[in-house]
Design a protein around this ligand. Structure first.
Ligand code: ADP
Length: 421
């Protein structure tokens, strides 16, 4: 095991793991701190998915330190704290407090802060984070319900989250490559800086920054910097060229799709699938509890299930329908009812032999993964940007594609199933 990663949310963890696989590292994502090392024994990198982004700072620190301790005991040589490419956090944390705690625990004085992800149009210039063409503070992140980002200067933003000194590696240095970046790290560290915000405009910058980070015990970043780290392990002779970093177990068994997302991309994907293939609606207003909804859906797909034909069960609806449901049941109750129904349905489907499961919706995917008792996922080939097939490790060998609502092209469902034949 080479690289030990701590991610502050679930889909962010998958995004990072996907990057590492693309860069040639066998990667396992665990849901929380693993109980033992069985699921992770052949991994070059492990990504522990936490849900600490908006917790009180003390709780986020405690969980992150527990993850660090586990990764250290598993033998990681370098550590990576992964946050969102829009630096989602408040002035109370949690990026600064967690990064400080990890530095202390590792007994090291210096790290970087670099959420840049040029492929997704997150770039940093003179310490200011841009989302597409606009500053972070002018993007929709300005009005995020939990982490409104109203200052695009990462030096200032991070400075409000830590008592340590925050500095900058400007692009005029970054463009001169790894040696220049490394010299700037040394100069900043000598001047007492603990956190260096690093400018990055394109993937080539990420590769140079990654190379300059070879000797840092801790890197804090979005998923972009993950592109540039595997080369260091390869150069040190620790990581072979792997043609099979994305290899998943051979799995036989029927396929099913569960869509609990009402996001625009998922609505289009559901409509496209339902044009020509079996699709059953799960209607939260049909009456009955989650078990009744799950039983009804199961009965409706019985013919497909028996014939081994893939099918879709969806609660996906337009915003007017969702508003009507929420008005009748309450917003949280409606969400809990639908999530529990999908969780129970997933359990029944796996009992009936389903072994390839596509789930649309972040919360929905979380509920399904939890209901199936899945503790770790091996990361396989990418279906669409940011969404890989994954292999559940542990009790049940099966393949899962867990899609955040707005990800994926319109024919995502059929392409995902074709890839997992
Ligand atoms: P996304 O990734 O698109 O945000 P999520 O699964 O995270 O998708 O969130 C969608 C939420 O909406 C879930 O809590 C789900 O249970 C709920 N939901 C799904 N369908 C309906 C519906 N028809 N009416 C009300 N709530 C719904």
């Amino acid at each position: 095991m080479l690289l030990g990663c701590i991610a502050d949310d679930f889909t962010g963890a998958t995004d990072l793991a996907n990057m590492l696989v693309r860069a040639g590292m066998r990667t396992v994502q665990t849901i929380g701190v693993p109980r033992d090392a069985t699921a992770t024994k052949n991994a070059d990198a492990i990504v522990i998915a936490l849900k600490t982004r908006t917790l009180p700072a003390g709780d986020a620190i405690a969980q992150s330190l527990a993850a660090l301790a586990w990764l250290r005991s598993a033998g990681a040589r370098q550590f990576y704290f992964k946050y969102c490419s829009t630096f989602d956090s408040t002035d109370a944390g949690n990026i600064g407090p967690v990064a400080d705690a990890l530095l202390d625990a590792l007994g090291t004085p210096f790290t970087i802060a670099c959420p840049a992800f040029p492929a997704n149009r997150r770039t940093i210039y003179l310490g200011h984070l841009f989302v597409g063409d606009v500053l972070l503070s002018e993007s929709s992140m300005r009005d995020h319900p939990l982490t409104p980002m109203r200052d695009a200067s990462l030096v200032r933003t991070l400075g409000r989250q830590t008592r340590r000194k925050v500095g900058l590696v400007p692009w005029t240095v970054v463009r001169n490559g790894r040696k220049a970046i490394g010299a700037c790290f040394d100069a900043l560290a000598a001047a007492g800086v603990s956190h260096a915000v690093v400018d990055a405009l394109e993937d080539a910058d990420l590769m140079e920054i990654g190379a300059a980070c070879a000797a840092l015990p801790l890197v804090t970043a979005g998923s972009g910097i993950a592109l540039g780290l595997p080369q260091n392990f390869r150069a040190a002779g620790l990581l072979p060229e792997r043609a099979d970093a994305a290899l998943l177990p051979e799995v036989r068994g029927p396929a099913a799709i569960l869509a609990g997302s009402c996001s625009a991309a998922t609505r289009a994907q559901v409509a496209r699938w339902a044009e020509s293939r079996p699709a059953v609606a799960l209607d939260p207003l049909a009456g009955g509890d989650a078990a009744a909804l799950a039983a009804k859906a199961l009965a409706a797909v019985e013919a497909e299930l028996s014939a081994g034909r893939p099918f879709l069960v969806y609660s996906t609806a337009d915003s007017a329908t969702v508003a009507a449901v929420q008005q009748r049941l309450g917003r949280d109750q409606a969400a809990a009812l639908v999530e529990s129904a999908f969780a129970l349905l997933a359990q029944r489907l796996v009992e009936r032999g389903v072994r390839r499961l596509v789930v649309a919706g972040g919360e929905t995917a979380g509920a399904v993964v939890q209901a199936l008792g899945i503790e770790a996922l091996a990361i396989g080939r990418e279906i669409d940007p940011g969404v890989p097939w994954t292999g559940a490790l542990g009790r049940q060998t099966m393949l899962l594609a867990l899609k955040s609502g707005n990800f994926g092209g319109v024919d995502f469902f059929s392409r995902a199933l074709e890839m997992a034949q």
